[in-house]
Design a protein around this ligand. Structure first.
Ligand SMILES: [Zn+2]
Ligand SMILES: [Zn+2]
Ligand SMILES: [Zn+2]
Ligand SMILES: [Zn+2]
Length: 478
């Protein structure tokens, strides 16, 4: 008897919640987009299904409490799990339902796909002639794809999601890295074109992501399974390691998303103001120094930090810089900005924080010759992908223009080095003189030693640089 009543109460609370997020008609047009009818969690919604989905996914706990059902976040009930529509079949026992849908264990049917199409590597074993196989390899490196994607959502059973991901990737012969956490999933995987497109299809049909992920959230570039040494799938606390508990700084507090076009326009405006020295905007590259070194947006502020987990301290140490500023943030695919902007916002010093939706990846698809110059660093064996011919960095040793990274030749060092072919030929293959010397001494012993994350040359750098009041950012001429 109570079940129907509870469902009705929930439906009512749901519509009230949505109603409360309505943008008053009078204030709709100026400033914001014309079609915006609802706003919630700093996101704008133009259509009813959009706001319904959002509330179902992120506010089921609030709705439950408003309905007087006393549902805590752990057992918070969504109105209708997948569709997220309050008018759907809502009569479910609230005690057993949950805001995030069950993970479905789906593996695609690959029986109709040939091994060649699935792997694009099998080629080598099928072809008898070695030379021909070698040629196939050269061509083969272009036939596959590398996908990059993330999805912030509430994952109730990260272990299960991780196990399914592992099975799925193995099934499709994909390599790469997939991070799962209770805050979502983040992956970069490589494989044949057939395999990666099957992967996308299955991911889009997974109930957990169904209403959040869409085709264009997958950024793809030429590559393949050979771009990664292996497959790594695991459960972590965060899907991108910022080092801050997602319960303290949540992706839900993120900055305002700008499409590549909107971002382009903002950068254009910023650059025209900045050359006259009157900008109230900071264009912030939130990637690591070695990424922004070989490619960045003109006029950006690129923090000299070695990893993303230093970003929060960078913000803390440079708060004054961000005071009353509009901040335009960007990163590779957008994921670091999601929580990076949330962190910056949590400091309550900026006027507003914006982020580039889909990151540089999506920007370059629309503006290959826009304000982003140089190469896009990627975390796989390709090191970088290219969209324009500019080279904006130099050889560490002779200063000639050069942007192709190599791993330091010293056995136990993981630093990347920019050393041009002629310096390489002279034997300058390490990241710094210290490593270069070490390499000569330590030739073949102690192979069991673990790779060191830091080298003498990076340990001497300040971990978190303090920017001067007028930041080193205007390289608009480049
Ligand atoms: Zn919301
Ligand atoms: Zn050189
Ligand atoms: Zn080194
Ligand atoms: Zn070094």
């Amino acid at each position: 008897a109570g079940r129907k009543q509870r469902a009705a109460a929930r439906r009512k609370a749901f519509s009230l919640f949505v109603k409360a997020k309505e943008v008053p008609a009078a204030s709709r047009c100026p400033g914001g987009g014309e079609g915006v009818r609802w706003r919630c969690c700093r996101q704008a919604f133009e259509e009813l299904p959009g706001i319904h989905r959002h509330v179902a996914l992120h506010h089921s706990g609030d709705v439950g409490r408003q309905a007087g059902l006393g549902a805590g976040p752990a057992e918070a009930a969504g109105p209708a799990e997948a569709a997220g529509s309050p008018t759907g079949s809502a009569a479910r026992p609230s005690g057993h339902s949950c805001g995030s849908p069950e993970i479905s264990w789906t593996l695609p049917d690959t029986s109709h796909v040939s091994q060649e199409d699935l792997t694009s590597v099998i080629f080598f074993f099928v072809n008898i002639h070695f030379l021909f196989a070698y040629l196939c390899h050269a061509v083969g490196s272009q036939v596959g794809d590398v996908l990059l994607y993330y999805c912030y959502c509430e994952v109730r059973d990260p272990e299960k999601l991780s196990a399914w991901q592992k099975a799925l990737c193995q099934h499709l012969h994909l390599t790469g890295k997939v991070r799962v956490a209770s805050e979502g999933i983040n992956g970069t995987v490589g494989g044949s074109k057939v395999a990666t497109s099957l992967y996308v299809k299955v991911m889009l049909s997974q109930p957990l992501f169904k209403n959040i992920l869409c085709q264009e959230d997958f950024k793809s570039s030429a590559g393949g399974a050979h771009c990664f040494p292996d497959l790594r799938v695991g459960v972590f606390k965060e899907i991108v390691p910022m080092g801050i508990d997602p319960k303290i700084v949540s992706y839900k507090e993120t900055g305002i998303h700008l499409s590549p076009q909107e971002f382009h326009r903002e950068v254009e405006q910023y650059l025209s103001q900045a050359t006259q020295g009157q900008s109230d905007t900071i264009l912030l590259d939130c990637r690591n120094f070695y990424e922004s070194k070989i490619g960045h947006f003109q006029g950006c502020l690129a923090p000299d930090i070695r990893k993303f987990s230093y970003f929060p301290s960078y913000v803390d140490e440079n708060l004054e810089l961000f005071k009353d500023k509009r901040v335009l943030m960007y990163c590779t695919g957008g994921i670091r900005c999601e929580r990076g902007s949330a962190y910056l916002r949590s400091k309550a010093v900026c006027r507003e924080v914006y982020q580039l939706k889909g990151g540089i990846h999506k920007y370059l698809e629309e503006f290959p010759d826009g304000f982003y110059r140089g190469k896009l660093f990627v975390f796989d064996d390709r090191y970088a992908i290219c969209s324009n011919e500019d080279i904006i960095s130099a050889c560490r040793y002779c200063g000639v223009l050069w942007d192709q990274y190599k791993l330091c030749s010293s056995q136990h060092c993981r630093q990347l080095v920019l050393t041009c072919p002629s310096c390489c030929n002279k034997g300058l293959t390490a990241c710094c003189p210290v490593c270069q010397e070490k390499e000569l001494k330590v030739t073949s012993r102690a192979s069991g030693q673990i790779l060191k994350e830091e080298c003498e040359c990076t340990r001497r750098r300040p971990r978190v640089p303090i920017e001067r009041v007028s930041p080193r950012m205007l390289d608009t001429g480049k």
